[in-house]
Design a protein around this ligand. Structure first.
Ligand SMILES: NC(=O)c1ccc[n+]([C@@H]2O[C@H](COP(=O)([O-])OP(=O)(O)OC[C@H]3O[C@@H](n4cnc5c(N)ncnc54)[C@H](OP(=O)(O)O)[C@@H]3O)[C@@H](O)[C@H]2O)c1
Length: 226
């Protein structure tokens, strides 16, 4: 069976993407910081006859992230699809938001570590085996601000923009290799309770986009606008 690894697996997009691929024959490796929350997701997927295993790790701790992906490969034999989408619903050390003119190294560094360095670390953990196989898929998620930044998220959007730039370039570099890389920008609020006037969607509405990209393999980027 092919394997999907979700880095930053939570009850929103992480679970919806796991379901989308799992119901189409994938085993699933779930990576996030909190073992207990991952165990809940594993149980929920198990109820749908999707085989999932938890590999707790922190994307800010690059050694733990690499080790988790290596353990996932050892458990399932390969990682065929890597999906990167951590979201700071629980506190992340050093996280504050800053407008562009207020951005400094102190408030940018954690955002870059989280969004960009974590993604690069995850990709580098799985790429050698994908290159050997001549096959694989790398999907990286950000919010719409990576493309259309808004002042109140100056430092957050800069990190998303860095990730986006790198993924588009990775897509070009890997063209013809059998390995497909793409960036997905979710340009809506997910779930209920979003700010007034901001469009919202459910993770289940967004997740099919990931499967479409995986199957078509012809786009460096997709934007979900609701
Ligand atoms: N939520 C929105 O409204 C929204 C809007 C636009 C775009 N997006 C994007 O969509 C993606 C998924 O968002 P979501 O809200 O649906 O998230 P989700 O899949 O429900 O949860 C993400 C998970 O990431 C994990 N995480 C947080 N910090 C981590 C860290 N340092 N290391 C490892 N894992 C970590 C959290 O678990 P632990 O706390 O246990 O680590 C959390 O459960 C993200 O890329 C986000 O930027 C979200």
């Amino acid at each position: 069976m092919p394997t999907l690894a979700v880095v930053g697996a939570g009850p929103g997009m992480g679970l919806a993407i796991a379901r989308t691929f799992g119901s189409r024959g994938f085993d699933v490796a779930l990576i996030a910081r909190t073992a207990k929350k991952l165990d809940d997701l594993v149980a929920r997927l198990g109820e749908e006859e999707i085989t999932a295993t938890a590999f707790p790790a922190d994307v800010m701790d690059r050694a733990s992230l690499t080790a988790a992906l290596e353990a996932a490969r050892a458990r399932f034999g390969s990682i065929d699809v890597l999906e990167y989408s951590p979201a700071p619903h629980s506190p992340v050390a050093g996280f504050t938001t800053a407008a562009p003119s207020e951005a400094d190294v102190d408030n940018l560094q954690p955002q870059i570590e989280y969004t960009f360095y974590g993604a690069v670390t995850a990709a580098r953990a799985v790429l050698p085996a994908m290159r050997e196989a001549g096959a694989g898929t790398l999907l990286f998620t950000t919010g719409g601000g990576s493309i259309h930044p808004i002042p109140m998220l100056g430092n957050v959007n800069a990190a998303g923009g860095a990730l986006r730039n790198w993924v588009l370039n990775l897509h070009s570099e890997l063209s013809g290799s059998g390995i497909y890389a793409a960036h997905i920008a979710i340009n809506t609020w997910l779930g209920e309770g979003g700010p007034e006037g901001i469009p919202s969607a459910t993770p289940e509405q967004v997740a099919p986009l990931y499967w479409d990209l995986y199957e078509r393999r012809d786009q460096a980027e997709a934007v979900f606008n609701g």
